[in-house]
Design a protein around this ligand. Sequence first.
Ligand code: SF4
Length: 341
Amino acid sequence: MNTKQLLNWYKENARDLPWRKTTDPYLIWVSEIILQQTRVVQGIDYYHKFIEKFPSLHKLAAANEQEVLKAWEGLGYYSRARNLHFTAKDLINNYQGKFPSDYIGLLRLKGIGPYTAAAIASFAFGQKVPAIDGNVMRFLSRYYGLENNIASSSEVKIFRQKAEKIIDPDNPGLFNQAMMEFGAMQCTPSSPDCGKCIFQQQCIAYQTGKVNQLPVKIKIQKIRSRHLHFFLIYCEGEFLIEKRTEKGIWKNLYQLPLIETNSKNLKEEEMKEFLRKYNLKTGKNAKKINSLTHLLSHQKLHINFWILNTCTSTGFFIEPKDIERYPFPIVIAKFLDNYFN
Ligand code: SF4
């Protein structure tokens, strides 16, 4: 591949994104973690908000987890925020507040995988390591006619080896940015504008009519269905919330008291157990007020919201005006917002 041609394309076509104007590893790290499961347009707002609240590694490390999760509310995949916070403290406590400047050292940090380590190492420290994300693999797959499965971790290394051979040793960071941008903006997942592509002549997929068949992506993924019943236990202008402490996607976020059932319906016995747990006299006036389905990457959540007007001495009650102070999964935050506003 003619990397000079690629870099020229990048200079003319790159989007003006805030994290591209810096070599500060902290800012690059935050932006990369935000962008892992988030579209760029949405990511920009979160990035600005996050950096404003936690402008440095020290500020992030000194924050409490609740503040970090609150800044992350709505982005999903909250383990990213928990890992950011953990690693910020780890860097302050064990690395003199500095990021390791090499790929292997970065990989040792929690929440930093091969792609993020390569991005930080090359953008911030000029290391010659290719950063391989979905955009890069799509572009490489089509350009070289590679039929390896991009969803298989053992086959991703084929793409890495290919990129290692072509990475520009003088500008590894710029090269990585250009590869990613080319995949995102030119060699797009569907209907790439091959007619205007600078690599049309060399691109094997284009030359052999395989653009729509590449890259190969075969995912074996089981979607788990779950049935969740959240109760708005409302007592004299306040309602009960609790912190999720068990492992899982919503760890350390807040929620309404919950009954999880195996099937759609809530059984009498399950309700009784719930009433016992929260020391409630009766659940007779419980009323279902909303039902919805919420999709996560590996789970389909069937969610029911109930209201129960009753008081109890058990649990932690807050006023609706204090909702803002607690991080909730977005589906609960939206429900509370609709209900109280
Ligand atoms: S010709 Fe089409 S498929 Fe090939 S690199 Fe260009 S945009 Fe991608």
